[in-house]
Design a protein around this ligand. Structure first.
Ligand code: ADE
Ligand code: ZN
Length: 341
């Protein structure tokens, strides 16, 4: 076991420029901010202390987590709340030498409880612009459809997004995976594609390899979120490699949601060895116990990654982003410089 206190890989991770491609902004709500917003908005929450909130973050599957995640976002009511949430995340990202973020938000998680689409997106975008000015972190915003809701609700959400389409890079698909395959949303994804949006979807987190095939063949996605269970199907692995598809893997999330039993079971190294463009991301960092660099460090030690593996993951994060080609190349050159410095 490497001595983590002096492990040179930790210093490499700390200085490597990186992009984060799988981050639910509502999942970055730290308990301290949850309490502050509950107080500011006069909302009662069923916890007496920050410690009690953290103790409740003990999940045995995705649904366990989602129940508490939707409850937690109930403190977000005003535009300023979404601004504060997003700015707090960007400060963490900046500390982790993140140079570019592609963040998700869940509009239906807000509109379903009477908070308008405009309130949520307005605060998030104002913070993303402020973060770009303050930290130089560029961004893309992706709105996700909640897959446990129906197609009609997804179409209504796309209609609400219409005035904001020049500020939204893509649409995604999240929430309870099993029983809600990508094909359920084929038509709304096609409508999003017609509007020039990029398409991503959570697939193969808990759902079977067939859901990943559907995301590729029925939806025609541009990037796969998670994709762990794709490794069960060698023809699917071949397809992912041949298409050059990026997978946004989330190691600490996988551990907390019991997608893997031990961090040593993270598929990231196996994916790299198979030629899959894997990336490392935090998913819902407040709930899963770590931001992006915590995820890099956890797998660097558990999977005994080399410095070259770690730099490959950072390079993949830019290559798999929705940045223009020249910007991708400039970031990848900076990754290489950081590796050899
Ligand atoms: N929403 C927030 N985090 C999620 C995850 N890991 N899977 C599905 N939906 C989510
Ligand atoms: Zn996710």
């Amino acid at each position: 076991m490497a001595d983590t206190a002096t492990d040179p890989r930790d210093a490499l991770i700390a200085r490597l420029p990186k992009a984060e491609l799988h981050l639910h902004i509502e999942g970055s709500l730290e308990p301290e901010l949850m309490f502050a917003l509950a107080k500011r908005n006069g909302i009662a929450i069923p916890f007496a202390s920050v410690e009690e909130v953290r103790a409740a973050y003990d999940f045995s599957n995705l649904q366990d987590f989602l129940d508490i995640y939707y409850q937690g976002m109930g403190v977000l009511r005003e535009e300023q709340d979404f601004f504060d949430l997003t700015m707090a995340y960007l400060e963490r990202a900046h500390a982790d030498t993140v140079r570019h973020v592609e963040i998700f938000f869940d509009p239906q998680g807000h509109t379903e409880r009477g908070v308008s689409f405009d309130t949520a997106i307005g605060g998030i975008l104002r913070a993303l612009d402020a973060g770009e000015a303050r930290f130089g972190i560029t961004y893309r915003l992706i709105m996700c459809f909640l897959r446990h809701l129906d197609e009609e609700s997804a179409f209504a959400t796309l209609a609400q997004a219409e005035p904001w389409l020049d500020r939204i890079a893509g649409v995604g698909l999240d929430s309870s995976e099993v029983g809600h395959p990508p094909a359920k949303f084929a038509r709304v994804f096609a409508a999003a594609r017609e509007r020039g949006l990029k398409l991503v979807a959570h697939a193969g987190e808990e759902g079977p390899p067939e859901y990943v095939w559907e995301a590729l063949d029925v939806i025609g996605i541009d990037r796969i979120d998670h994709g762990n269970r794709a490794l069960e199907d060698s023809a699917l692995v071949e397809r992912i490699v041949a298409d050059g598809q990026t997978l946004t893997v989330c190691p600490l999330s996988n551990l907390k949601l019991c997608v893997i039993e031990r961090i040593e079971d993270s598929p990231v190294k196996r994916m790299l060895d198979l030629g899959i463009a894997a990336t490392v991301n935090s998913d819902d960092p407040s709930y899963f116990g770590g931001y992006v660099n915590d995820n890099y460090r956890a797998i660097a030690h558990a999977l005994d990654l080399s410095a070259a593996d770690i730099a490959r993951l950072a390079a993949n994060s830019f290559a798999g982003s929705f940045l223009p080609e020249e910007e991708k190349q400039a970031h990848i050159a900076a990754v290489e410089a950081a590796l050899s410095s």
